[in-house]
Design a binder for this molecule. Sequence first.
Ligand code: SF4
Ligand code: SF4
Length: 181
Amino acid sequence: MKGRTRKRTYRAVYRLLDRVSPVPFDCGAICGSVCCTAAYDDESLGIMLLPGEEKVHDRSGGWLSWESLITNEYEFPESWKGRIWFVRCKAPPHCPRNLRPIQCRTFPLTPHLDEDGELSLIFNDFDLPYVCPMIEDETELDERFVRATMTAWKHLIRDPLIYDLVWKESRDRDALNMDCR
Ligand code: SF4
Ligand code: SF4
């Protein structure tokens, strides 16, 4: 599936996020890097690349395994037609840091759009089969990381396909929160 985001935009976002970390220490040391390694035990886990993000990667590089998913077989936005890439690391938590996908770089935060289209960042609230201590404790994250992540998502949602994904996830979240009241 072709998004509007160019390879050079993804590269710029990667460079921006290369310079920051959620906390000023290796948070993997407190949980055994569970967000990376959980995929070893659960094959349904992995990393979904954003539309066109695959352009940044060399598929012959060998450190990721690649699977393409047919979008209409999953709960993707209606505008998503075709295939999207789902990757899994072969030797987590080890990876070329400068090639980590967006999903790894912005975790434990996730973007949320309110009904007026206002973007904010919240702790990732997807149903995960592991516990991220930073989400659990709502750890105060490095301001530079939060700022860079916000800038990254502001750029990314200019792509209508990415906007639609964040919009859908936000409405699903709102609906779930209403049900929980
Ligand atoms: S982001 Fe959370 S789950 Fe992942 S390594 Fe850091 S503390 Fe662990
Ligand atoms: S790319 Fe790196 S950070 Fe992301 S899941 Fe794989 S090992 Fe973890």
